[in-house]
Write a protein that binds this ligand. Structure first.
Ligand SMILES: NC(=O)c1ccc[n+]([C@@H]2O[C@H](COP(=O)([O-])OP(=O)(O)OC[C@H]3O[C@@H](n4cnc5c(N)ncnc54)[C@H](OP(=O)(O)O)[C@@H]3O)[C@@H](O)[C@H]2O)c1
Length: 297
């Protein structure tokens, strides 16, 4: 089958290859129709975290071929290792059914970014009436976080990198950087790190919490002396781990009801992976990047 595998010698450290088909084992064998590209996939390819030859990718949507309790042909979305391939084995507790009303390409956008946004916001407690700041709000995690925080009743402030990125955010306020944030915030979901994390920490009200989800800036965060001394507030690290089936089901329901629109900013076949990777790294994707993997027979 065709798959995108790690190749340190390739320009994006990824190449299209012919690899053996996986066997279901104890999981569910899924025919992948669409996969979505995450910032983490780009890191996985280049960091050495995945060995050369390993199939890249985590977010898939497709149909069940075999295994688990769902009938073959059931449409599903899942988080799975090795998702950029025509077939992948998925853990039965990390998938959710996709109703006919929901586009499979949109569903493919949900796992890594959607689950991270949902879990990080839930970790912050009730958001009703709270001021929630989302950094990297034009990115995959950020867009979902803005919508989910608004659904939960928060006043959402979306921080983006440039005025061009401010369009269509769905937030109550959109700011470029953090200078325009007028007053303290109760919750921060930060996916940028570096100087923005430090600035966001300073905006946090007593009792507030900052969830550190990502670090796209790649910059160190230098806290001025005594900036962590004062009324209690918290900085919490975050990692998507364990089964994600329940959260995927919640996200699919929100997409089905129309409350969680999925914006697709780039779409193309596996062969155009390098183009998608360059666009994502260059901050030129307005929404999620979706790879079309296979078509129904
Ligand atoms: N902890 C976890 O389990 C988990 C799960 C998912 C994602 N993540 C991490 O979360 C981060 C975001 O992931 P993503 O999929 O949302 O990425 P993404 O779609 O590429 O979005 C990242 C956003 O960050 C902003 N950005 C990029 N480079 C920046 C820079 N140098 N300085 C300031 N802002 C910058 C960009 O917004 P502008 O163009 O508007 O500046 C971009 O829209 C990544 O670090 C990823 O690895 C972690």
């Amino acid at each position: 089958m065709r798959a995108l595998v790690v190749d340190p010698a390739a320009p994006e450290a990824v190449r299209l290859a012919d690899v053996p088909q996986p066997t279901a084992g104890g999981g569910v064998l899924v025919e992948v129709r669409h996969a979505s590209l995450n910032h983490g996939d780009l890191n996985d390819a280049r960091s050495g975290r995945l060995p050369a030859g390993a199939v890249l990718g985590s977010d898939v949507a497709g149909v069940v071929l075999w295994g688990g309790s769902l009938a073959p042909g059931t449409r599903v979305v899942a988080m799975a290792r090795g998702g950029f391939a025509e077939r992948v084995v998925v853990a039965a507790d990390s998938l959710a059914e996709v109703p006919a009303m929901v586009d499979l390409a949109a569903a493919a956008a949900l796992p890594v970014a959607g689950v991270a946004a949902l879990r990080a916001l839930r970790a912050a407690g009730s958001l009703l009436g709270k001021r929630v700041l989302v950094t990297g709000a034009s990115g995959g995690v950020g867009r979902f976080a803005v919508r989910l925080a608004a659904i939960a009743g928060a006043h959402v402030i979306a921080s983006v990198g440039s005025p061009a990125r401010a369009v269509r955010s769905g937030a109550h306020e959109v700011v470029v950087g953090l200078d325009g944030v007028g007053g303290p915030v109760d919750v921060v979901l930060d996916s940028v790190g570096g100087r923005q994390l430090v600035a966001a920490w300073e905006l946090l009200a007593p009792g507030g919490s900052l969830q550190s989800v990502g670090w796209t800036s790649g910059e160190p965060a230098v806290f001025p002396p005594y900036s962590t001394i004062g009324p209690a507030k918290s900085l919490t690290s975050f990692l998507n781990t364990g089964p994600v089936g329940a959260e995927l089901a919640d996200l699919v329901r929100l997409v089905e009801s129309g409350d969680l629109p999925v914006e697709i900013g780039w779409r193309g076949p596996l062969e155009r992976f390098d183009e998608a990777a360059e666009a994502l790294r260059g901050r030129r994707v307005d929404g999620k990047a979706i790879l079309d993997v296979s078509t129904p027979a």
